[in-house]
Write a protein that binds this ligand. Structure first.
Ligand SMILES: [Mg+2]
Length: 354
């Protein structure tokens, strides 16, 4: 049996959460902004609801520009913690359906439900129920795509946003490959599109009749094979839990200081938080010291194996002492950054290091 992959994408996520928490916003253009704090309106738009999009506001544009084109819109500051709570609620619901959930971003996830249902038809029913449950339990409208791999599930969802549902079953995949414009394929941006069009490739299906070495030469081997597998319907990259690339935590000292004990306490606390969020042990550890004049100095060290928190504390303090030896300013904030995680299956061997 083929894979059955469900892609769930929350519609205009941040702005929708704001609408749920304050229903009087419904029907009005709502723009959620990341204010940089430098001047009153400096920063960028994070999410706009569809009313604001119709006026021309979109993610990424400067707030100043958004206020010019949509002066009547409601502009709100981003509330990261609130959105994270909603995201978590959605992901918890998804995990009740299948343990194979790949969180692609704060508002998008893939779920492999192949083992949860006996047929693609049953998969469609399950995905529909999932959409209803998310609405009931969180109030959020989501768009859902179902297909035989992650990419086609995403394509299905993209074509029916917002609050949409579309399934592209095994019998319909050949039709999709024939009709899908190359620029609609996830991962194919404007630059790649124009390179492919110069080879005469406009539809995904055109990849089949083009010499793969020509495509490789134009866009690189990895992208060429990605498209070839999609065009031949042999793409089968599994739904997999994504690892966080890095975890960072910064703390402000009570007063600007050069006191090592105080810094050790801050480092310890920052590491406790960072280790709490990490999946596995870091093989790369960084510190940053933000000095009293807000200048930042950082140091990083790579290790041959993953290290537990006590070892990380010593390493961080060595790097901080090194910074202070060469610098006579006081420190205002201390940060730690963990990255390149290894799974902690070999945990026992590291206990000796303690
Ligand atoms: Mg979304």
């Amino acid at each position: 049996m083929c894979l059955i992959v469900v892609f769930v994408d929350v519609d205009y996520f941040f702005a929708q959460v704001e609408e749920i928490l304050n229903p009087s916003l419904r029907g009005k253009p709502v723009v959620v902004c990341v204010f940089s704090g430098r001047t009153a309106d400096s920063g960028a738009v994070a999410t706009a609801n569809y009313e604001a999009r119709r006026l021309g506001v979109k993610a990424g544009i400067p707030i100043v520009r958004a206020k010019e084109i949509a002066p009547s819109a409601v502009f709100l500051p981003m509330r990261k913690g609130v959105y994270e709570e909603y995201s978590k609620k959605v992901m918890v619901i998804l995990r009740t359906v299948s343990p194979r959930v790949e969180v692609a971003s704060i508002d998008e996830a893939y779920i492999d439900i192949s083992s949860a249902v006996p047929s693609f038809e049953e998969g469609i029913k399950l995905a529909m129920k999932l959409k209803e449950r998310i609405k009931e339990e969180t109030g959020l409208n989501v768009t859902v795509g179902v297909s035989v791999n992650k990419v086609f599930a995403k394509v299905a969802a993209e074509s029916v946003k917002p609050n949409g549902f579309r399934a592209i079953g095994p019998d319909q995949v050949e039709g999709l490959i024939r009709e899908l414009d190359i620029k609609e394929v996830p991962g194919v941006g404007p630059v790649l599109t124009s390179k492919l069009e110069s080879l005469g490739i406009r539809k995904l299906i055109d990849i089949r009749s083009t010499d793969v070495s020509h495509v490789s030469a134009a866009i690189g081997r990895a992208k060429a094979y990605y498209l070839l597998q999609l065009a031949n319907n042999t793409y089968s990259v599994p739904v997999e839990e994504r690892q966080k690339k890095s975890v960072a935590r910064v703390l402000t000292l009570k007063t600007n200081s050069r006191n090592l004990d105080e810094m050790r306490r801050a480092v310890r606390k920052a590491l406790e938080d960072a280790y709490g969020k990490a999946e596995g042990l870091p093989t790369r550890i960084g510190v940053m010291a933000i000095m009293e004049d807000l200048d930042m100095i950082s140091r990083e060290r790579s290790l041959s194996h993953g290290v537990p928190m006590d070892v990380a504390t010593s390493i961080c303090m060595e790097m901080i002492e090194e910074i202070l030896r060469k610098d006579n300013r006081r420190v205002r904030r201390i940060g730690v950054r963990l990255s390149r995680f290894v799974k902690s299956k070999g945990l026992d061997q590291f206990l000796d290091l303690k």
